[in-house]
Design a protein around this ligand. Sequence first.
Ligand SMILES: [Zn+2]
Length: 411
Amino acid sequence: MTDNEWTKILGWPGYRVYRSEINETSKRLRLWVRRKRGNRLLVCSGCGKRVRKIVDTYEREVRDLPWSQYVATVVIELHRVRCPDCGIKAEKVEQLPSKAPFSKRFEEAVGLACESAAVRRVARQFGLAASTVRAIDVRYLKRWAAGRRKPALRQMGVDEIYLGKSQKFLTVVSNLATGEPLWFGRERKKETLDGFLEQHLSEFQRSAIRAACVDMWEPFRQSIEQWAPNCQIVYDKFHVMQHAGAAVDEVRRAEFFRKGGAAREVVKGKRWLLLSRWVHLNTQKKRQLNQLFALNRRILKAYLLKESLDRLWSYTYEGAMLRYLQSWIDQLRWQRLKPLEKLAQMLLDHLEGILNYCRTKVPMGVVEAVNGNIKTLLRRGRGYRDLNYLLLKAQRLAATKTQFLVFQKAA
Ligand SMILES: [Zn+2]
């Protein structure tokens, strides 16, 4: 094959192949490239300005996309330049985005693969170490994040995710309009959310926030009231129903300890069934739940109350919503369901924020979706000790899903 043909197939704009080497036993292909004669425009990697003075010439070897069964590396002739502003610097080359030994398009292929497969699998596919794949993915995501427009924040979601015993809670702030997470913070204190509102937003941006979907958690309310004066707090369905689920589970556990023998076996391990909505269960699961209910009327009652609380958000007039809530609380009388009575008190204590759902229109289910995406990533990845990586990953996931939806609508 002639150098001309190598150049054509390699397809690096502005560069030509002047030497090639094939190793058939190790299945390796090496190509040496330098600038084409017409490509003389040198750019400083420090400031991005055009420079003329070349100080010296050197070579760098990077891995590029594979050629059939061959692992391909490209040896590039590079120049160090003298920039009037930055001094002596390396020239900027499109295919060399970082100091790592990979071409840009190779990193893009790895990054793209990481969108649909776990790091370990991508590492095996490309014959790289898992840590290398992770580093490439981070750079790929950072380049993507740097090059896109960020939509304004008008309605935000604040949620907490439980990471486990050692790391405890992660506070997640998201943009409800785009369904993308904006920021992660350790723990779930007032100072945590302060950290976002105070340091990541300007005063103008803070005053532009109109609504926030949050959990009934005092520190978050305090932080929002201090920093975002125009923001209405909405206690959304997702968060309230989480508390309802926890209350039902508390009833289940109490009954488990109250009963003995065979009855215990029926109550045991039904936690997830009780948290699920009836309409989402298949016949077998419904039968299991009915078995549990036949044995224990108190669990049945708690479950039905949780199911009916769900309807609270079907009202759009606050008077009707309030009436429904009142009748829901009335049903608790004489039931001796302490955890649900506690929940009722909590709802009354946060009544304004619950009724705000009727006053401020916020999209339903976004906080839940963001939460779900992050949990999926955590389940799939495990290696997210770097929170910034997890955030970039979740943002990309949200953005590509949105793009997909937009595409579907257009079609
Ligand atoms: Zn410069």
